[in-house]
Design a binder for this molecule. Sequence first.
Ligand code: SF4
Ligand code: SF4
Length: 414
Amino acid sequence: MTVNVADNTTSMNAAVESLKRDAAPKIIFGAGVIGEVLFQACSAAGVKVDCFCDDKVKGPVCGRKVLHSSELRGNYQDAIFFIASANIKDMVDRLKDLGYSKWHSCGLLLRDFKASQESVGSSAFTPEHVEYKVSTCVLCHDNYMNPDRLFVQSVDIIITEKCSMKCTDCSNLMQYYEKPENVELDETLKTIEAFCRNMDDIYEFRIIGGEPFMNKELHLVVEKLILEPKVKKIAIFTNGTILPRETQIPSLQNSKVTLFITDYDELSRKLAELTQLLDERGIAYFSQKAQGWTDCASLEKHNRTLEQGVEVFKECCAKNLATLSEGRLYRCPFHANGARLKAIPDVEEDFIDFLEKPLNEIDSTEMRKRLRSFLVEKTYIEACDYCNGRPYGAPKIIPAIQIDKPLPYKKVMN
Ligand code: SF4
Ligand code: SF4
């Protein structure tokens, strides 16, 4: 049985009451910050949580143990899971693989819940960041529960290949660009328009590079996204080395916009100045130390069997980081940059080209069908055979080791 909870207060209250009476073990699937807030919400509602399950986090969390998913099999057979990640489809698929079908979306307990910061152990997050993550999660779950809607939690858009740092393990492959360039503005704006026109909702547009502030036209992309009603949030990922220009400030002050600063210690040489400026000018931001890097940036053909490739895709934590680049939609930034670098061959069904015809000639019904199949049903892309993969729980590596010249790689296209 799959547990689906209708979105109205009466049925939600009834579902919570029934959970309280149900003797089955209750497990929170995901032990990050959402899991912690969900634990608080369960406690407040009187629902007893037995443990967490997470392949990346080691327990205890909130005084409960954290199981690896491999420890679930054969135990907790009737367990009911609360999904504590915005990436609900992945989580539901993983539970299905593990033989579990009883789960609840987080909206059941989190919709009107206010987390108390003191009891969220992940003190790296500010109250605003916790709220941001919780609201993203609830919205993503709501959209997942409504299969007629064409929704993405987030989509990345590459606006430059240039970066002010040169990290040898950059997962966006900046270390390979010999002559990095900014993207063409007109093409980028048209791509945004075509994508938004054919989607129902986009929670977050993530502006990435390289370093987005290397592109002087960044604010024009931001302004376009501010005007797109389907886009709820705009995230700009920056490395704390460049201050915004005066012309860029007004767009950054918009309530949709948040800067996500990765703090690379002494490499983020303008961090203090940047945060001071953002505070003074009322620009929202989160700053977090660089962490969680894995060995996922080598570009080489592995010659895996199709079965092995499908497994690499299935286990990948980046396969839903849809990415717009050069008028095309890819499943992940690795593929998008691999294509820009001409290091991965074009396979027609592995991307959607929004600029192959003029915008007013795109058949919306046909495009939505293609988008649904591409975003929801795909089980493999050829690019995975050029990638180490990014499995959940992969060993961590030292972040941001700098190099002084681009790394060599093999081009497969002219
Ligand atoms: S700062 Fe490092 S990881 Fe970030 S985009 Fe630049 S090269 Fe890549
Ligand atoms: S394994 Fe596949 S989906 Fe994942 S990052 Fe690599 S190319 Fe993208």
